[in-house]
Design a binder for this molecule. Structure first.
Ligand code: GAL
Length: 671
C-alpha cells in the first residue's frame, strides 16, 4: 500500500512547531525558504498545539494554522496533520481533573508533561472528538494534507476508577463467569480467589502484582483500550474525508501494547527511531535498528514511514553524541532499505526554551543554512528525490526467513520467574538470532501468533523462546515442517497456554513429535559460567546463560554438551519430519556461535543474499526493488568486491569496491 496516496513520493521533512514561533513572523517566513533549500516536502504540524488551537474551552483559533498550511502548500510542502491529544491545555486539567491519568500507585497526576491522559474519561474523549472533528472539517479537503498523525507515541495505562470499571467490563465480556476467570488466573494460589467483579483492581506494586495471568490480561486490556481510543479519533477525523490515511507514531523496543494488534487500528505504520551512533564499531546498534525497521514493516506487511529521527543528536541519552560525517545519510538510507517511504526528523527548528531546546534540529538557534547538519539533511533530500522514481512503488518482496516475535509471549517470558534473575531477555534473544541474517544481507520478516499469521511462503521459520503457544501456532508449525519448511525452535518454548497456564504435557507442547525431542529440564548459568555445544566434526559452539536438558524422541543429536553433569547429552537436535526439518537449540548459543550456525544453515538451504559474497564485520547489504544498499557500520574504511558488475547510483560510476567508514553505497546491477 502507498502510505500517502495524495502525495505518492518519499517524504522528507519532520516535526514542525510553528506555534512556538507565532511572535516571530520573519522566522516562519524563513522556514519555508529553508525547507525548500533542504528539499523538504512534508512536515508534521499540530502535535502539541492544543493550547493554541483551543485557548479557552469551546473557543477555537485556527487562524495561525490556516496561514501555515496555505503557505506550505503554496511552496509545494505537504502536511502530516496531527491531532493534539498527546498533551492537553491547563484549563482542561483544572476544570476536569478526570482527564488526568492515575499512576500505578493509584495517585492522580497533576497538570503538566504529556502522554498522561486517562483514555476512558468521557470528558477527555468528548473534547478530543470535538477537536478532531473541527480539524477534519477545516482541513481534510485541503489538497496539501496527506496523512493524519493520531496523537503522539501512545504509551502507558491509567488506573483511575473509570479505567478500573472498564477493565472489569472487559474481563466480564472475556470470561463471562468469575469461575472461568478464577480458573484462567489460577487464583487458588495465595488465596487470590475473586467472588465479585468489583474486587478486581488493576495490577499495582501496592496491590496485586504477582498474578502473571492477570498481568497479562491487563496488558491485553491496555492494548484494547489504546486501540479503542485510536478508533475514536480515527472515526472523528475520517468523518469529513475517509480518503486520508491514519497513522500513529510507534516506538522502538516497545512493551506496553501489542503492536501487531494495535497496527490493525491504523492504516499506515510509522515510528520514531533514535539510535546512538558512535562512529566506531556500530555493528550492534545498526543490527538492532534494522530489526526495529523490519518489525515495523512486518506489522502490516507494508512499507512504513520513518516519522521521527534526529538530524544530529538527541538530548535525552546519557551521552548525546553527534553523528559522524556520513552517518546521517547512512542511517536514513537504512530505513529506506528496510521499507520506509520517508525520512522525517524531530525536529525542524530547535526550540528556544523548555525541555527540548538542545535537541538536534535541521535548523539550530542561529537559523543558519550553512551548517554541517543542514548540508547532511539537504543531501538526504536530494538522494530521496533520485531514488523516488526507482524505488517508491517497488513492491516489498517476501523474505524467505521469518522470525516469530509475539508481544503476548514476550510479556509472558519477561514476567516468568525462572531461569535468569535478570529476565530471559526476549527482545535481545530475538535480536541475536536476527543478527546472523542481517550480517549476511538476508532479509527477514517478523510474524506473531495471531490467527491471520501465514507461514507458508517461508523456507525457514525461527521461534526463539516461544514460551507461550496461542492462536493454533502448534498446528501451523507442524504443517509448515510437514510440507517442507525448516523450523528452528529454542529452549523455553511451548510451555504455557494463552492464560499463562502450564501445558500439562511434554514440551514444546504438541510439537515433540515434529522436533523429535522434549525438553526435560532447564539449567541457568552464572554470568561467569559457560559451556559449549560440540558437533560430531568437533566444531564447538560456545553457549551461555541457559542450557536445557533434552530427551531424544527420534531426533539426532547434532551437538552435545561439553561440560557439566549433562556433558555428552544433546544440546542441539535435528529431526526430519514430513518433507521438512526441525531443529531444537537446547542451549543459548552466544551471538557468534548463532551467526556461525545460521550461516551454515542459510547456505545449505540456498537462501539468497543481497550480494553474493561474504561481507566484513559491520558491513551489510540490503535490497529493495532493483537497488542494493551497501552499508558500512564498522567504523573503518573497507574494500571488497561483490560478484558481478555494479553501478554506484549516486556517483553514476562503476562501484570501485571502496566503502569508507560510516557510508552507504547505493548500487544497481549492470545488465
Ligand atoms: C519522541 C517524541 C518527540 C520528541 C522526540 C525527542 O519520542 O515523539 O515529541 O520528544 O522524542 O527525541
Amino acid at each position: 500500500m502507498n502510505p500517502t496516496p495524495r502525495f505518492p513520493h518519499f517524504l522528507h521533512g519532520g516535526d514542525y512547531n510553528p506555534d512556538q514561533w507565532l511572535d516571530h513572523p520573519e522566522i516562519l517566513e524563513d522556514d519555508v525558504r529553508l525547507m525548500k533549500k533542504a528539499h523538504v516536502n512534508a512536515v508534521s504540524i499540530g502535535i502539541f498545539s492544543w493550547a493554541r488551537l483551543e485557548p479557552e474551552e469551546g473557543v477555537y483559533d485556527f487562524s495561525w494554522m490556516d496561514q501555515i498550511i496555505h503557505r506550505l502548500w503554496d511552496n509545494g510542502i505537504r502536511v502530516v496533520l496531527a491531532t493534539p491529544s498527546g498533551a492537553r491545555p491547563a484549563w482542561m486539567a483544572e476544570k476536569y481533573p478526570e482527564v488526568l491519568r492515575v499512576d500505578d500507585h493509584f495517585q492522580r497526576r497533576h497538570f503538566g508533561e504529556r502522554h498522561n491522559h486517562c483514555p476512558s474519561s468521557p470528558v477527555y474523549r468528548q473534547k478530543v472528538r470535538q477537536m478532531d472533528t473541527a480539524l477534519a472539517e477545516r482541513y481534510a479537503s485541503h489538497p496539501g494534507v496527506i496523512l493524519w498523525h493520531i496523537s503522539n507515541e501512545f504509551s502507558g495505562d491509567c488506573r483511575c476508577p473509570l479505567c478500573t470499571a472498564r477493565f472489569r467490563e472487559w474481563l466480564e465480556k472475556k470470561y463471562q463467569t468469575l469461575d472461568a476467570l478464577n480458573k484462567a488466573w489460577y487464583t487458588d494460589f495465595w488465596a487470590m480467589r475473586y467472588t465479585a467483579w468489583s474486587q478486581i483492581e488493576p495490577p499495582s506494586p501496592v496491590g496485586q502484582n504477582s498474578n502473571l495471568s492477570m498481568i497479562l490480561d491487563w496488558r491485553r486490556f491496555s492494548t484494547w483500550m489504546c486501540r479503542d481510543f485510536i478508533e475514536m479519533e480515527k472515526e472523528a477525523v475520517r468523518a469529513a474525508d475517509p480518503s486520508i490515511p491514519v497513522t500513529a507514531n510507534l516506538m522502538e523496543r516497545f512493551w506496553d501494547y501489542d503492536y501487531f494488534s494495535l497496527a490493525e487500528s491504523i492504516d499506515v505504520v510509522s515510528w520514531d527511531c533514535y539510535p546512538l551512533w558512535t562512529g566506531k564499531d556500530d555493528d550492534a546498534t545498526a543490527c538492532d535498528y534494522a530489526m526495529n525497521h523490519d518489525i515495523m514493516r512486518s506489522l502490516k506487511n507494508q512499507p512504513f514511514l520513518l516519522m521521527e529521527s534526529t538530524p544530529s543528536n538527541v538530548n535525552w541519552k546519557p551521552v548525546n553524541k553527534l553523528k559522524h560525517p556520513g552517518m546521517h545519510l547512512l542511517s536514513s538510507m537504512q530505513a529506506v532499505a528496510h521499507g520506509s517511504c520517508s525520512v522525517q526528523y524531530f525536529q525542524w527548528r530547535q526550540g528556544r526554551g523548555n525541555a527540548e531546546m538542545f535537541h538536534g534540529a535541521v535548523v539550530s538557534h542561529a537559523g543558519r543554512d550553512d551548517t554541517r547538519v543542514f548540508r547532511d539533511v539537504t543531501e538526504v533530500g536530494e538522494v530521496l528525490e533520485t531514488l523516488d522514481p526507482l524505488l517508491y512503488a517497488a513492491p516489498v518482496e517476501t523474505p524467505k526467513v521469518c522470525i516469530l516475535y509475539d508481544w503476548e509471549s514476550r510479556w509472558a517470558v519477561e514476567y516468568a520467574q525462572t531461569g535468569l534473575s535478570h529476565g530471559m531477555q526476549y527482545h535481545d534473544t530475538v535480536l541475536a538470532h536476527y543478527h546472523a541474517f542481517w550480517e549476511q544481507g538476508i532479509p527477514v520478516d517478523f510474524r506473531d501468533m495471531r490467527e491471520v499469521t501465514d507461514l507458508s511462503g517461508y523456507s525457514l521459520v525461527i521461534a526463539p523462546q516461544l514460551f507461550m503457544f496461542r492462536g493454533g501456532i502448534e498446528q501451523k508449525l507442524e504443517e509448515f515442517v510437514r510440507s517442507g519448511g525448516h523450523l528452528v525452535m529454542t529452549y523455553f518454548s511451548g510451555i504455557v497456554d494463552e492464560h499463562n497456564l502450564a501445558f500439562l504435557t511434554d514440551t514444546p507442547h504438541a510439537l515433540t513429535h515434529v522436533l523429535g525431542v522434549r525438553e526435560a529440564e532447564m539449567d541457568a548459568l552464572f554470568p561467569d559460567e559457560s559451556n559449549a555445544a560440540v558437533t560430531s566434526d568437533g566444531t564447538a559452539y560456545p553457549v551461555s546463560g541457559i542450557c536445557s536438558l533434552l530427551e531424544l524422541e527420534g531426533a539426532q543429536a547434532f551437538a552435545i554438551y561439553q561440560d557439566d553433569f549433562y556433558k555428552g547429552t544433546p544440546a542441539i537436535t535435528r529431526h526430519t519430519y514430513g518433507e521438512g526439518e526441525a531443529w531444537y537449540l537446547g542451549a543459548r548459543l552466544t551471538g557468534e556461535s548463532l551467526d556461525a550456525f545460521y550461516q551454515q544453515l542459510a547456505q545449505s538451504l540456498g537462501i539468497p543474499r543481497a550480494l553474493d559474497c561474504d561481507l566484513p564485520h559491520g558491513v551489510t547489504a540490503h535490497a529493495r526493488g532493483r537497488v542494493v544498499f551497501l552499508e558500512n557500520y564498522s567504523g573503518k574504511d573497507q574494500t571488497f568486491f561483490p560478484e558481478g558488475h555494479w553501478t554506484d547510483l549516486l556517483r553514476g560510476l562503476p562501484f570501485d569496491g571502496h566503502l569508507p567508514a560510516s557510508t552507504v553505497r547505493i548500487l544497481t546491477r549492470d545488465e
